[in-house]
Structure formats: structure tokens, C-alpha cells
Write a protein that binds this ligand. Structure first.
Ligand code: HEC
Ligand code: HEC
Ligand code: HEC
Ligand code: HEC
Ligand code: HEC
Length: 484
């Protein structure tokens, strides 16, 4: 989005670039003889595709093409861009390498797996391209763990986003960036001036395609294991012209940096997402109803709830869908304070068993061999979601057909997708036969949608900080009936 009035001078078109399947994950380079590109691409080998690219400044990125010293530290940018810097520091993208679960999943699962199984060996550097791009681009693979405090810790830094000028892919994925790292910082305006660096307007900057470079991912088995951009581009908001930053960045007034112009549409770098309680609250609208207001013990009461995903630009959950948990709990509380959990009525669609909480179901047993654990049978598939609750999920299956949280080890994930598309309404129903022990008087029935970033069983097993994956309510409704 051009933030100023002048017309964009479109650069002359068309360099013809040949792109091989996995694009930038350490395997497309033909220019740099010094880079070792012995690792496998992270995608299944595909026929090469040919893409016509706009002539953007910079070149396609590859492992080891820069050194850490080529990147300025975010602190340096923060000297002048103080507010942007302090906002960015709070984002998950600033913590994309140091965040506990990222650290654990890479160093305790993905890296050991990559060393042992040829097919997934590319993730050794693949994960780092998006989560620690400075390390990837500097050839520091595998990087040291966050405690060593290397520059991998800077995560998705200012320099990273503001040097991306394009992608080798029309619909980017797997860190298929084109970068021009140097004195010019690319951004949304054509009239900003800084004494510290050159500035340039870039049409690509802030486009959904810029985000897609890291927000869409294909596994070595060819499965789309992240497709936030693809979900968005096929949906209502893309048709309306509402892009990622319209929802994930706010605007405010002030100056972008010391010495900058006063503006009333400054980009705020908050990038809120599932780790932010306020952003998540009320993302779903629930409307519950019962077929009767009055019932006697032993009667059947039919309940129904419409759940509308009205805020989300893509599927909900999106991104790391292999491990995101979104579920509906329905609890009745009688006048004496007794509580009853109501299981959802099943409808019999293919794969429905994955969408109904079952405390006896195990999954994720591939963690055992990867970590060298003997007799590891797996973890509770649904964690502490009460039996019979509806789970809105897209199960990822490994080559053995078992549910996995290892997205790189995902062979298929298209058979069942019971998530919400943008602006989709789903209806769930509940048949409750009033038990004899329900107290007479008013019974309140609460419908709560919960979201958590990983199943509690996985969080507990890896001893992740509980506040990080604790369930939050993202929508609710309640009704009352009278029991006599
Ligand atoms: C000495 C102060 C200073 C430092 C240090 C600084 N900038 Fe800037 N930057 C500015 C000023 C002033 C502007 C112009 C703001 C305006 O006019 O609204 C600017 C503008 C920008 C823009 C907007 C470009 C556009 O055309 O839309 C970006 C992006 C940017 N800076 C990124 C960075 C990054 C990344 C760093 C660290 C490598 C950095 N800046 C360091 C002062 C600085
Ligand atoms: C995930 C990518 C990303 C990261 C990381 C990032 N930015 Fe930005 N930045 C953007 C986008 C996108 C916009 C433009 C939004 C728009 O078009 O309204 C922007 C806009 C800006 C602007 C222009 C603001 C304006 O409205 O004039 C400046 C200056 C800037 N960023 C500096 C920084 C600095 C400094 C950092 C690090 C502390 C940083 N950015 C980190 C994506 C990023
Ligand atoms: C260089 C790669 C990269 C680019 C470019 C990028 N992201 Fe991200 N983004 C990440 C990674 C990695 C994470 C996950 C961080 C984590 O969970 O540790 C993430 C996480 C997020 C989250 C989730 C925050 C949360 O609370 O969990 C949002 C929202 C987000 N990005 C928005 C954007 C938008 C909007 C753009 C485009 C303007 C963008 N990103 C561009 C790599 C990138
Ligand atoms: C209409 C507003 C809207 C648009 C447009 C939008 N998002 Fe979101 N996004 C949301 C909301 C609301 C959530 C919280 C619900 C959720 O977690 O999916 C969210 C969640 C996310 C998450 C976390 C997903 C998860 O469940 O872990 C990421 C990452 C993200 N968005 C990135 C993007 C990217 C990249 C784009 C553009 C391709 C985009 N968003 C477009 C509103 C939007
Ligand atoms: C193409 C870029 C890309 C690649 C490659 C990638 N990730 Fe991510 N990763 C992301 C983005 C973007 C998110 C945020 C999605 C969301 O918020 O739902 C994310 C989220 C995560 C999360 C969830 C963090 C949380 O907030 O709960 C973990 C853990 C993770 N990645 C680990 C890895 C590992 C390990 C690998 C290598 C096997 C890897 N990633 C490869 C981009 C990537």
C-alpha cells in the first residue's frame, strides 16, 4: 500500500527465474559456489516451475550468503525508531528463535530428526530460515541454543523485513525471499527521509505476499503445513481487499522516528496473534438456544449453538494448525451448584473421531523414537479437554498415519479439516436428558469456546511455561432453563 500521493514508478518488468520446488530453503542457489548445499530440500522434488518475476531490487536469498555483521542490530534502529522498537520487542516475531517452544521443538525434535532421517534433513536449516533468519543467511547452521546469545536470537528483525523486496514465488512459501540488504530500508512511503539510511518505497512491503514468505510452509512430504496466506487468498477478506496488516498492525499518529515527519497513519508494530489475550477475546460470536424453557427430570432438552468466526482473515485456527487447540465446552450448572458436562451430538462425517475429545486417545508417539525414549506410547491426543467436547481442528498425520505435532514430518493433512473458514458459521447441537440428581430451579448452560496454542499434554511433557499455552476463552454465550 502506497502511503503517499505520488505515483509509483513501476520498475521495468520481468526477469525470468527458474524455481525448484522448495525455493530458498538452502537449495536453489546457483550463484554462490562457496555455499554448501548438500542438505535436502524441505519439499518433495517437483518438476521445476517457471515464474515470471517483477524486477525487484536484490537477489534470491540462500544459506550463508551474508554474515551476521551485515545486519544492523534492532537496538541500532531503536535509537531513532523507539516506539516501533519497543513494540516489536514484545512480538512473537522478535522471539521467534528464543521462545521456549520454538527452542525446544527445534533442538529436541526437529534437529535430532534431521540428523537421523534423510527425508527431513533439510529442516536442519529450513526451520532456522524463518525462525532465525540471520543465522540461516549467515550460514550459522545449526545455530547455538538461545542461551549462547548469538545473533540468531534477534529473530525476525527490523533489517529482515525492511530488506525484503520480493519473492521468487508468485505465491510465496518456505522463506522464498528476495532481499536487498544494505543502506536502503524499504517501507510503505515514498516521502520519508533519514540521515542514517536511504529509504525507498516498495510495493511488496506490507503486501500479504511478504508475510507469506514465512507464513506458508510445505513439508518435505509435500503437505501444506502452514497456509495462512493461501487460506486468506481464497476467502472473503481477500475479495474485500483487507490484507494481513489491516488486522495485525494498527495505525496511530506521531512520528515514525526521531527527525521524521508528523503523520496520522503510522504503522504500529504490535503484530498481535494467539499469544495476546485481548486480541483473541471475542474472536468468535456464539448464539445458543434451547427447544424449551421449562423441563422436568428425565426429559430431553435439545440445545443448539451457532458459532460464527467473524474476525479472522483466514482459517481459525491457522498457522501452526498441527498443534492449535480450539474447542467448545458446554456445561450446565443447577441451582445447587452441581455441574454437568454435555457432550456434543455427533453427525457422522468422515474423520469426526478427531474432532470429539476422547481422554483414551493417544497420539504424538513419533516423539519417542526421535528423542530416543524407550516404550513411549504417545501422549494424550486432546490433553485436558473434557470427553465429548467438540474440537475444531485439522489433524496432521505422519507417514505412519498417526497424528503428529511434528509439522515437518507430516505426510498428509487434507482428509479432515474441521476449522472455521473466514466468516463461516458452524452449528453444534446437544441433547441433554435431565438426570434425576439435577436440582429443581434455574439451570444455567454455558457455551464457552476455548483456544490454546498446544494440547496441554504436549505442554506438560515438554515443561513449557504454562501461561504460554493456558486456554483462553475466545467467545461465549449462555442460556437458562427451568427444571421442576
Ligand atoms: C538516525 C536515526 C535513524 C536510525 C538509526 C534509523 N532510522 Fe529509519 N528512519 C529515520 C527517519 C527520520 C525516517 C523517516 C520517517 C518519516 O519521514 O516518516 C526513517 C524511515 C525509515 C523507514 C521507512 C521507509 C519508507 O520509505 O517507508 C524504515 C523502513 C526504516 N526507517 C527502517 C530503519 C531500520 C531497519 C533501521 C535500523 C537498521 C533504521 N531505520 C535506523 C531515522 C532513523
Ligand atoms: C514482520 C515484518 C516487520 C518487522 C519485523 C518490522 N517491520 Fe517495520 N514495517 C513492517 C510493515 C509491513 C510496515 C508497513 C505497514 C504499512 O504499509 O502500513 C512497516 C513500517 C515501518 C516503518 C514506517 C512506518 C510508517 O508508517 O511510516 C518504519 C520506520 C519501520 N517499519 C521500522 C521498523 C523497525 C525499526 C523495526 C524493528 C524494531 C521494524 N520496522 C520491524 C514490517 C515489519
Ligand atoms: C522472515 C519471516 C517472517 C515474515 C516475513 C513474517 N513473519 Fe510473522 N512470524 C514469523 C515467525 C517465525 C513467527 C512465529 C514466532 C513464534 O511463534 O515464535 C511469526 C508469527 C506471527 C504472528 C503470530 C503472533 C502470535 O501472537 O503468536 C503474527 C500475527 C504474524 N507473524 C504476522 C505477520 C505479518 C502480518 C507479516 C507480514 C507483514 C509477517 N508476520 C511476516 C515469521 C515471519
Ligand atoms: C480480517 C482480519 C484478519 C486478516 C485479514 C488476517 N488476519 Fe491473521 N488473524 C486474525 C485473527 C482475528 C486471528 C486470531 C484467530 C486465530 O488465531 O486464527 C488471527 C491469527 C493469525 C495468526 C495465528 C494463527 C493461529 O491460529 O495460530 C497468524 C500467524 C496470522 N493471523 C497471520 C496472518 C497473515 C499472514 C495474514 C495475511 C495473509 C492474516 N493473518 C490476515 C485476523 C486477521
Ligand atoms: C516457512 C517458514 C517457517 C518454517 C520453515 C518453519 N516455521 Fe515454525 N513457524 C512459522 C510461523 C510463521 C509460525 C507462526 C504460526 C502461528 O502463529 O500459528 C511458526 C510457529 C512455530 C511454532 C509454534 C510457536 C507457538 O507460538 O506456539 C513452533 C514450535 C515452530 N514454529 C517450530 C518450527 C520448527 C521446529 C521448524 C522446522 C521443522 C519450523 N518451525 C519451520 C514459520 C516457519
Amino acid at each position: 500500500m502506497l502511503k503517499n500521493t505520488l505515483l509509483i514508478k513501476m520498475l521495468p518488468l520481468a526477469a525470468l527465474v527458474v524455481v525448484f520446488g522448495s525455493s530458498a530453503i538452502g537449495c536453489t542457489d546457483t550463484k554462490d559456489p562457496t555455499t554448501t548445499t548438500t542438505q535436502q530440500p524441505t519439499t518433495t522434488s517437483q518438476a521445476p516451475t517457471t515464474t515470471t518475476l517483477p524486477d525487484v531490487p536484490g537477489e534470491a536469498v540462500y544459506e550463508g550468503m551474508y554474515t551476521y555483521d551485515d545486519f544492523k542490530k534492532p537496538e541500532t534502529c531503536g535509537i531513532c525508531h523507539q516506539t516501533i522498537y519497543s513494540n516489536w520487542q514484545e512480538t512473537l516475531m522478535a522471539k521467534s528463535f528464543v521462545h521456549t517452544w520454538d527452542d525446544v521443538e527445534y533442538f529436541e525434535l526437529a534437529l535430532p530428526h534431521a540428523m537421523e532421517l534423510d527425508k527431513v534433513s533439510g529442516v536442519k536449516s529450513g526451520c532456522i530460515s524463518c525462525h532465525g533468519p540471520l543465522a540461516f543467511l549467515s550460514g550459522d547452521i545449526p545455530p547455538s541454543r538461545p542461551s549462547a546469545n548469538t545473533r540468531a536470537n534477534e529473530g525476525v528483525s527490523c533489517e529482515m523485513c525492511h530488506s525484503i523486496t520480493g519473492s521468487t514465488e508468485a505465491e510465496p512459501f518456505n522463506f522464498s525471499a528476495i532481499m536487498d540488504l544494505g543502506d536502503t530500508k524499504y517501507g510503505p512511503r515514498d516521502d520519508s527521509r533519514s540521515s542514517f539510511h536511504n529509504t525507498a518505497y516498495s510495493e511488496f512491503h506490507g503486501s500479504p505476499e511478504q508475510c507469506a514468505i514465512c507464513h506458508d510452509e510445505q513439508s518435505p512430504y509435500g503437505a501444506w503445513v502452514k497456509e495462512t496466506y493461501r487460506e486468506w487468498s481464497g476467502g472473503y477478506y481477500a475479495d474485500q481487499g483487507t490484507v494481513c496488516i489491516d488486522c495485525h498492525m494498527e495505525t496511530t499518529s506521531g512520528v515514525a522516528g526521531m527527525g521524521g515527519q508528523q503523520r496520522d497513519d503510522l504503522a504500529v508494530h504490535t503484530f498481535y496473534g494467539p499469544h495476546n489475550n485481548e486480541f483473541m477475546a471475542n474472536t468468535m460470536q456464539l448464539t445458543a438456544s434451547a427447544d424449551t424453557q421449562q423441563a422436568s427430570k428425565g426429559n430431553e432438552v435439545n440445545l443448539s449453538v451457532d458459532i460464527y468466526s467473524g474476525e479472522c482473515g483466514h482459517s481459525f485456527p491457522s498457522g501452526s494448525s498441527e498443534e492449535r487447540m480450539l474447542w467448545l465446552e458446554v456445561w450446565a450448572t443447577d441451582s445447587a451448584g452441581n455441574t454437568f458436562h454435555l457432550p456434543v451430538n455427533t453427525t457422522g462425517f468422515d474423520g469426526e473421531e478427531y474432532t470429539v475429545a476422547d481422554s483414551s486417545a493417544l497420539a504424538y508417539s513419533d516423539i519417542g523414537p526421535i528423542m530416543g525414549l524407550d516404550n513411549f506410547e504417545g501422549l494424550s491426543r486432546d490433553g485436558n479437554v473434557p470427553d465429548g467436547a467438540r474440537i475444531f481442528r485439522r489433524p496432521f498425520l505422519n507417514p505412519d498415519g498417526e497424528m503428529t505435532v511434528c509439522q515437518w514430518y507430516t505426510a498428509s493433512n487434507t482428509a479432515v479439516d474441521y476449522r472455521f473458514a473466514p466468516r463461516e458459521t458452524k452449528q453444534e447441537s446437544y441433547t441433554w436428558q435431565l438426570p434425576q440428581n439435577v436440582a429443581s430451579g434455574e439451570v444455567k448452560i454455558d457455551f464457552n469456546m476455548y483456544f490454546s496454542t498446544v494440547p496441554s499434554s504436549v505442554g506438560d511433557f515438554f515443561e513449557l511455561p504454562e501461561h504460554d499455552y493456558a486456554p483462553k476463552i475466545v467467545g461465549s454465550d449462555s442460556i437458562t432453563i427451568n427444571v421442576n
